[in-house]
Design a protein around this ligand. Structure first.
Ligand SMILES: [Fe+2]
Length: 390
C-alpha cells in the first residue's frame, strides 16, 4: 500500500532549449516596471545578458538592473529593497545561479512589507512574514540549487557569529521558472562541478530523507539517474554538450522539488554553519562532504539491511555501479568509492582552502543539524567527515 503524503504547489515551468525567448512576454503579462537581477560575470560574457536586456526593452518594459555578485546578505537585500520599494516595481526577474534566484525571491517578498529582511529570517528574527509579494520569475543559469522550485530564499551573513538562514513562506514559490539549458552552456567548469554536486546531494538526501514520499522518490531516483549520466559530461564538455546541460538542468529542477517536499540531510546540515562561518560556496561545501558523510551513513546502516534507507542506498549504489550480478555489499562499497572518485574528477576543493582548520571543526559540529538524515552519526564521525576535507 502507498503511504499517505501531501504535495504542495509548484511554479509554472517552461523547460527547453531556447525557451529564454519567452521571458519578455511572460514579464509583460505580469507588469511593466521590472527589476532584473543578474550575476556578476558569465551571463554577460556569454552574450545572454545583453540579449535578455534588449528583449525586455523591446517589449516596452521599464527596466532597472542590479547585480548580485555573491550569496546575498541581509544588508544587500535591504539596500536593494529600499531603492525599489517606492519606485512602483511590479515584477522581479532573476537570471543567474542560486544566489541571484535567492536574492530575487527575497526582494520580491520584502518590497511590499515593512522592515528589514533579518527581522523575518527563520531562527534570527521575531516577525512572521504575511506572505505578500510581487510576482517573481526565475531563470537559472546553473544546474544546482533548484531554488527556482522552492519557497525559501537563503540569506547569509558570514563571520564569527555568521549564519545561513531562510526567508520562507508558501507564497514565495516563484510564479514562473524558465529553464533553458542553452543558458548553462557558458557556465564555467568549476561552477558546473560545485552546483552539480549540490543537485546530486539534494537528490540523494531527499531520496533517503525520513520525510520522503512516493512522489519525491520517483523524482529523486530519476534525477539521480541523470546525475550519473550527465554530471561528468557537463563538467568536461559543458560548453558544447547541450544534452548533458539539459539532463543536469532537469536533475537540478527535480532536486529543488524533492528538497522542498522531503527535506535534506546531514550534508546540508553541515553546509549551513560552514557557509555562515567561512566564505565557502554552498556547492563546494556539499560536494566536499558527500563522500565522507555517506561513507559513515552506509557504515552505520550495515547491520540494518531492512532499514528503508538501506534498501534505497542499495538501489542507488546499483544505479552508479559499473558492474552487474554482485552481492549488495559490493555495490555499497563501490558507491562509497564512486563518491570519492566523482569529487576528485570534479576537482572539488578541500574545505581548508576556504579557511577551515582542525581547531574550527568542533564549532561546526556543534552548530550542525542532521535535518532528516536517515541515521545519526556520532560526534566523532561528524568531526572526522570534516577533518578528512582539511
Ligand atoms: Fe543545496
Amino acid at each position: 500500500m502507498i503511504d499517505s503524503f501531501q504535495f504542495s504547489s509548484l511554479p509554472e515551468i517552461i523547460f527547453g532549449a531556447g525557451k529564454r525567448h519567452e521571458l519578455a512576454a511572460a514579464v509583460n503579462s505580469r507588469g511593466k516596471r521590472v527589476l532584473l537581477l543578474t550575476g556578476s560575470s558569465s551571463i554577460h560574457n556569454s552574450g545572454h545578458g545583453e540579449e535578455i536586456i534588449s528583449g525586455l526593452k523591446a517589449a516596452n518594459l521599464e527596466l532597472e538592473h542590479e547585480v548580485i555578485a555573491h550569496e546575498p546578505s541581509p544588508t544587500q537585500i535591504d539596500q536593494i529593497v529600499e531603492k525599489y520599494r517606492s519606485a512602483g516595481t511590479e515584477v522581479v526577474v532573476a537570471v543567474g545561479g542560486g544566489s541571484v534566484m535567492d536574492a530575487g525571491k527575497a526582494i520580491s517578498a520584502m518590497i511590499p512589507v515593512e522592515g528589514g529582511v533579518r527581522e523575518y529570517l527563520e531562527g534570527v528574527g521575531e516577525k512572521k512574514h504575511p506572505g505578500d509579494k510581487i510576482p517573481f520569475i526565475a531563470m537559472p543559469t546553473t544546474s544546482g540549487t533548484g531554488s527556482e522550485m522552492t519557497k525559501n530564499a537563503v540569506i547569509s551573513e558570514v563571520g564569527e557569529e555568521g549564519f545561513k538562514k531562510s526567508l520562507r513562506h508558501n507564497n514565495f514559490i516563484p510564479e514562473l521558472a524558465i529553464i533553458d539549458p542553452e543558458m548553462m552552456l557558458s557556465c564555467p567548469a568549476k561552477l558546473t562541478a560545485a552546483s552539480g554536486m549540490d543537485a546530486f546531494s539534494q537528490l540523494l538526501e531527499s531520496y533517503l530523507s525520513t520525510r520522503a514520499n512516493v512522489m519525491t522518490d520517483a523524482l529523486a531516483l530519476q534525477g539521480l539517474k541523470h546525475i550519473k549520466r550527465f554530471l561528468l559530461r557537463a563538467f568536461l564538455e559543458g560548453d558544447q554538450n547541450l544534452e548533458a546541460r539539459s539532463g543536469m538542468a532537469l536533475a537540478a529542477m527535480f532536486s529543488g522539488i524533492t528538497l522542498a517536499h522531503a527535506g535534506l540531510g546531514l550534508v546540508h546540515g553541515f553546509a549551513s554553519p560552514l557557509g555562515g562561518f567561512y566564505h565557502i560556496p554552498h556547492g563546494v561545501a556539499c560536494g566536499s562532504l558527500m563522500a565522507p558523510v555517506f561513507a559513515s551513513t552506509i557504515d552505520n546502516l550495515l547491520e540494518q539491511t531492512d532499514h528503508p534507507a538501506m534498501k534505497k542506498l542499495i538501489i542507488i549504489s546499483k544505479v552508479f555501479a559499473d558492474f552487474k550480478y554482485k552481492h549488495d555489499m559490493e555495490y555499497l562499497q563501490a558507491f562509497k568509492e564512486k563518491l570519492i572518485h566523482i569529487s576528485s574528477l570534479l576537482e572539488i576543493p578541500l574545505l581548508s582552502e576556504y579557511g577551515l582548520k582542525e581547531e574550527g571543526v568542533q564549532k561546526v559540529v556543534e552548530h550542525t543539524s542532521h535535518k532528516f538524515h536517515p541515521v545519526t552519526l556520532t560526534k566523532t564521525q561528524m568531526a572526522d567527515a570534516l577533518k578528512i576535507r582539511i
